[in-house]
Design a protein around this ligand. Structure first.
Ligand SMILES: Cc1cc2nc3c(=O)[nH]c(=O)nc-3n(C[C@H](O)[C@H](O)[C@H](O)COP(=O)(O)OP(=O)(O)OC[C@H]3O[C@@H](n4cnc5c(N)ncnc54)[C@H](O)[C@@H]3O)c2cc1C
Length: 384
């Protein structure tokens, strides 16, 4: 009966999809190139669309499952426009501030800069709250964690509260990530050869996500293979955005901020740690490529911040540097996210729940895992 209940959402989705089920099945399981080759002829167009099938994922457009990654990136909507993405005014922190202010208006207390040391587990095996790294104990009926499943279960939960089999399964979650993020401050707007703007005024293309080094699918395959062999790609895949074009709060007049989402970069370079020299050399190479598309770019740079996979892990608690709290591969989705044994937000520790993107439906600024987790907690509390 319980299993039947768990499957109900899938049954409902199946009914909604109706005769589209075979197409859905194909896109979820196929290499994206199989789908794109059915629909498009232009190589640069196919390669550009393929970038969103590998973004954030250590995979190539010819690997099964890359179709799902593209679907994941276009299944949202903004203001009823399907597949649209947007910027948050003031930067992504603006969204957290809006959520925080709404929560405070409902009487919620929020504490930041307070690292959790461990989840408190009572003698009955249930979560009783958390202890902060400064020793403060906070008692509660339930604990929700949006840290990665690895951080939640390996760093924050007493290992004695978990079975060896469960700990082994947590160890096997795939957190491989190819992403190096480069944040840049510029003293002027980039002027692209493909769509010149010599007057320095933004064109429509400055407002979009700008995909570079994706003139051919082979280029993406090569970039992927280099990272799989332990080296950052010589011709990295670059997704560039310039949010200050639409949001003047981000930079002084005339100046701009650019975000480069780049891949493929391995967690270790040929088996060793990244050095500062590696970071600078990689960013120099990225900037050399951008200079080819927008001459004068390098001269306009006034500052840069380079975040390789180990930096994303250290600074933001992203295990393996994985931006989605675990690969969005077929074996780690739906009923298997993050693990087949904990795919419904509950955990082996009664009262401890997962509510972040390591749980279904995965990564992205969408709030769905948190919403689903909250509904699960409310249902459990009602039953008590
Ligand atoms: C470089 C990059 C680019 C991205 N681009 C996009 C994009 O364009 N669009 C999009 O939709 N998504 C994007 N994402 C993904 C998106 O940011 C994540 O999916 C989303 O933030 C996940 O939210 P979350 O609440 O699950 O986890 P997080 O936002 O990772 O929050 C987890 C929090 O837990 C905290 N934490 C960990 N351990 C502890 C501890 N012991 N004590 C206290 N706190 C702790 C962490 O510091 C962190 O603040 C990107 C991510 C990255 C890294």
């Amino acid at each position: 009966m319980a299993a039947a209940k768990t499957l109900m959402p899938i049954v409902r989705c199946g009914l909604t999809l109706g005769t589209n089920i075979p197409d859905f099945y194909e896109i979820v399981t196929a290499p994206i190139m199989k789908i794109l080759n059915q629909w498009f002829e232009s190589e640069p167009l196919k390669a550009t669309l393929a970038t969103d099938a590998v973004i954030g994922a250590m995979t190539s457009p010819s690997n099964p499952g890359s179709g799902y990654v593209l679907l994941h990136h276009v299944m949202g909507e903004i203001e009823e426009e399907k597949g649209a993405w947007g910027y948050v005014e003031g930067g992504m922190g603006g969204l957290s501030q809006a959520v925080a202010s709404s929560a405070r208006s409902h009487g919620v207390d929020i504490f930041t800069e307070k690292d959790v040391g461990q989840v408190l587990v009572g003698s009955d095996g249930a979560a009783k709250g958390v202890v902060l790294k400064d020793g403060t104990e906070i008692h509660s009926k339930v604990v929700l964690s949006n840290a990665t499943p690895y951080v939640t279960f390996k760093d924050l939960t007493p290992q004695t509260a978990l079975s060896p089999e469960f700990i082994k399964a947590v160890d096997q979650i795939d957190y491989t990530s190819p992403v190096t993020k480069i944040n840049v401050a510029l003293d002027r707007l980039p002027n692209f050869l493909a769509a010149p703007t010599p007057d320095g005024k933004p064109g429509p293309h400055h407002q979009c996500s700008i995909h570079l080094n994706c003139d051919s699918v082979d280029a993406l395959e090569t970039a992927y293979k280099e990272a799989m062999n332990g080296r950052p790609s010589a011709k990295p895949m670059l997704e560039m955005t310039i949010p200050s074009v639409l949001d003047p709060t981000l930079a002084p007049p005339g100046g701009h901020v650019v975000s480069f989402f780049t891949q493929f970069t391995p967690y270790h370079i040929e088996g060793r740690e990244w050095t500062d020299q590696d970071r600078e050399a990689y960013a120099d190479n990225v900037f050399d490529w951008v200079e080819r598309y927008a001459p004068g770019f390098k001269q306009s740079v006034v500052g840069r911040d380079i975040l390789a996979p180990p930096d994303l892990e250290r600074i933001f608690g992203l295990t393996g540097g994985n931006i989605f709290h675990g690969s969005m591969s077929l074996d780690q989705l739906y009923l298997a996210r993050p693990l087949t044994s904990v795919s419904n937000y509950r955990s082996p520790v009664k009262g401890l729940y997962l509510c972040g993107s390591g749980s279904h439906p995965g990564g992205g600024v969408m709030g769905a895992p948190g919403c689903n987790a909250a509904l699960t907690v409310m249902a459990d509390l009602k039953r008590q």
